[in-house]
Write a protein that binds this ligand. Structure first.
Ligand SMILES: Nc1ncnc2c1ncn2[C@@H]1O[C@H](COP(=O)(O)OP(=O)(O)OP(=O)(O)O)[C@@H](O)[C@H]1O
Length: 314
């Protein structure tokens, strides 16, 4: 089957840079098999920064490796610009940073990029440009063995951009960067999307994802828990925090009308401000004491912790 032929009619192959369909990866066999990735489906479009967010061990790196055809999935398929990732030449428009990049320690940063340019079949006319872009021009003559983790990370991003890819896949791009480096990286990634490129990045740093991503997939234990825009995830203006007791009775009173979630700081009710009087009436009728109702300005971090919390820990 030709990849991309199943894409929704309204979206051309050009706008969808990466599509993962039901990707799964199990390690080990039989009863000892471990599902590192379980039925992950998502699309990354040109011009957007898509964050793949999850705690350590969630399956982010494994998914990225499958998306790049570096490891074979146990289930599902990955398509890049409508072509199956294992197809010859499918990755021609993709630049990636995985495991912080692999470099020759005894060559300079610039010479590493020269070697890479040769393997990519071009003469490296973009080397100075990408070095400049990751703020490494001043250190490009130095041997990589003397680089800090953050410098290696920036060189890795330079390498990912060398062939002017349309899809950039970055596994934990903020790793090893200091605060200033993170800010620069943020600007660089937004700039890539501004040029119409698609960026797919993984992170366990919620703050980073909140700052730079258009859309986010939250993953935990191999499963995609939710896919949403950052705005949807924060659900600004659509969620109320209700401080009322007893909580069980409050949930029973409101649960039929609005989705209610118990959090560490009271109840989170997916309702608008205009619903406040009705919420108060229902709670009062149910003999629930109401202490406060207001907008739920939970950070992405809190939402993430609620979503990924193991029920057994609760
Ligand atoms: N080659 C492997 N053999 C067996 N188990 C593996 C292998 N690679 C990964 N795993 C397991 O799969 C799960 C997902 O790992 P993965 O590295 O994809 O997670 P991650 O979200 O990238 O986390 P981290 O940021 O810690 O790398 C983990 O439990 C990990 O131990």
């Amino acid at each position: 089957m030709q990849g991309g032929t199943n894409l929704a009619d309204s979206e051309s192959e050009e706008t969808i840079a990466l599509e993962l369909r039901g990707l799964g990866k199990a390690y080990g066999r039989g009863t000892r098999a471990k599902r590192a990735v379980d039925d992950v489906s998502l699309c990354v479009r040109c011009g957007e920064v898509y964050g793949f967010l999850g705690p350590n061990g969630a399956g982010k790196s494994t998914t990225i490796r499958m998306a790049l055809g570096l490891i074979r999935p146990s289930a599902g398929e990955a398509f890049v610009f409508g072509r199956h990732v294992t197809e010859k030449g499918a990755l021609a428009r993709v630049g990636s940073l995985v495991d912080g990049g692999t470099f020759y320690a005894f060559l300079s940063g610039r010479d590493n990029l020269r070697v890479l340019a040769r393997t990519q079949g071009h003469d490296g006319e973009r080397i100075e440009q990408v070095l400049e872009r990751v703020d490494l021009s001043g250190d490009a003559h130095r041997k990589v063995k003397g680089y800090s983790t953050g410098m290696k990370q920036r060189l890795g991003v330079a390498a990912a951009l060398l062939d002017n890819p349309d899809l950039v896949i970055l596994d934990e791009p903020a790793n090893g960067l200091d605060a200033a480096g993170i800010q620069d990286m943020r600007a660089l990634i937004r700039g890539l999307a501004g040029e119409g490129k698609a960026v797919f990045l993984s992170s366990h740093l919620l703050h980073e994802v909140e700052q730079i991503c258009d859309r986010v997939a939250v993953v935990n234990k191999g499963k995609l828990l939710r896919e949403a825009t950052v705005g949807e995830l924060l659900a600004k203006g659509e969620v109320l925090r209700v401080d009322a007791e007893p909580a069980d009775a409050a949930i029973a009173a409101l649960g039929d009308r609005w989705p209610v979630e118990a959090t560490d700081k009271g109840l989170s009710v997916r309702a608008s401000r205009a619903d406040t009087p009705e919420i108060v009436r229902l709670l009062t009728a149910a003999k629930v004491d109401v202490f406060a109702i207001g907008p739920d300005d939970r950070s992405l971090e809190e939402i993430f912790l609620t979503m990924t919390r193991d029920p057994q820990d609760a």
